[in-house]
Design a protein around this ligand. Structure first.
Ligand code: KG4
Ligand code: ZN
Length: 357
């Protein structure tokens, strides 16, 4: 029997230092041999958000033992590795540089191929770690920095159908949390507060609800919350505002997802209708439930990564590495860190830098 590929993935684009080793089983399905994630929440909490310099310093301190732990947990010998895949963007350049440089050096020292991975592609492929998923599919990517509907035609072949024109959904959750006096990272805590509140108490704006196709906008929502939050008198009102905010997001996504379905069908004419939801906000159970319902009504199969793979992790980076490895899509050791790196082909090509921004 031929040797199964063994891929080391490394992630350091923001405030998680992570390493993972994945392989394939006899049926050709990916298997996670180890998945180590170290969050920096405790470092950034007192500042109410991620401080790039502190984040980079923490990555530098931890990257070595995180990778060693991933190797140890997997039970493999490093010389058995077939390739090293590191996140090269998008993200904070000082953070990206840590995992990227470490991955390149590791690959070079083992004389193995190096693969530069787009973090967003990691999220896009994350459901493949536990579900059989063939191309093409419609993707809703909802994270701290991105909110997009994309047709995923093939590996590294994306077409953007809609995007946020201002804030990302995760950002809206985090900012709302801050306005409600909830500690960083607040997004997941809004979901908890919302359980105790009345989702219809406050009538919040839904920017570009009736125009702009499946593009999204959340900045107006934040401004409205800012005004209401100032006059909040007790916990119940706080719960009601959290619930009303989450409900407004759900109403927006519900409408925009239906528009994205028809755009996807028009563009791709898919034989099978599959809808993947990925990124940190995909962990929100109320959002998941609503999207599952919409999929049922519109004959789509709804696919989510498991909860522990919704947030940033290196198994998803190794997953992209695995697919690229099988196609022998390797990168040179001078591959740059790319703070901006959109998934879609329509991005602006920056002449000279040799990369798309
Ligand atoms: O994908 P991710 O871990 O990092 C980025 O690449 O941005 O996403 C993090 C975002 C944060 O904004 C966080 O508040 C949000 O995902 N998030 C949630 C939930 N869990 C994480 N937002 C709403 N509900 C949740 N349960
Ligand atoms: Zn992410």
């Amino acid at each position: 029997m031929s040797k199964k590929p063994l891929i080391l993935g490394i992630e350091s684009s923001c405030d998680e230092t992570a390493a993972s080793i994945i392989s394939e089983n006899d049926q050709g399905n990916p298997i996670i041999l180890s998945n180590v994630v170290s969050s920096q929440e405790d470092i950034h909490r007192q500042f109410g958000g991620v401080v790039p310099e502190l984040a980079a310093r923490s990555h530098i301190e931890k990257i070595d033992w995180i990778v060693q732990k991933a190797i140890h947990d997997s039970g493999i010998n490093i010389h058995e590795l077939d390739a090293v895949a590191s996140t090269a963007g998008p993200g904070l350049i000082v953070c990206l540089s840590v995992g990227l440089s470490f991955g390149k050096a590791f690959a070079a020292s083992l004389n193995k191929p190096f693969i530069a991975v787009n973090h967003l592609e990691g999220h896009a492929l994350s459901p493949k770690l536990n579900t059989k998923l063939d191309y093409p599919y419609l993707l809703l990517l909802i994270s701290g920095g991105h909110s997009q509907y994309l047709s995923v035609k093939n590996l590294s072949e994306y077409k953007r159908l809609g995007t946020t024109i201002d804030d990302a959904i995760g950002e809206a959750f985090d900012k709302t949390a801050k306005l409600l006096g909830v500690e960083f990272p607040g997004g997941p805590k809004i979901e908890i507060l919302a359980k105790k509140g009345d989702p219809n108490k406050y009538n919040l704006p839904k920017p570009i609800f009736n125009k702009g196709g499946c593009n999204l906008s959340f900045a107006g929502l934040k401004t409205a919350i800012l005004k209401i939050a100032k006059d909040i008198k007790n916990d119940q009102e706080k719960f009601d505002l959290a619930a009303s905010f989450q409900n407004t997001i759900i109403e927006i996504l519900s409408k925009k997802t239906k528009i994205a379905f028809s755009e996807f069908e028009k563009q791709i004419k898919p034989k099978q209708k599959k809808f993947v939801v990925a990124g940190g906000v995909a962990a929100n159970k109320e959002i998941r439930n609503m999207l599952v319902e919409i999929c049922k009504k519109n004959n789509y199969e709804s696919i989510f990564p498991p909860l522990d793979l919704c947030g940033d992790n290196a198994a998803m980076i190794a997953m992209v590495g695995l697919e690229k490895f099988k196609l022998k899509k390797f990168d040179k050791l001078d591959y740059p860190a790319r703070p901006r790196w959109p998934l879609d082909e329509d991005a602006i090509f920056l002449k000279g830098a040799g990369v798309k921004l």
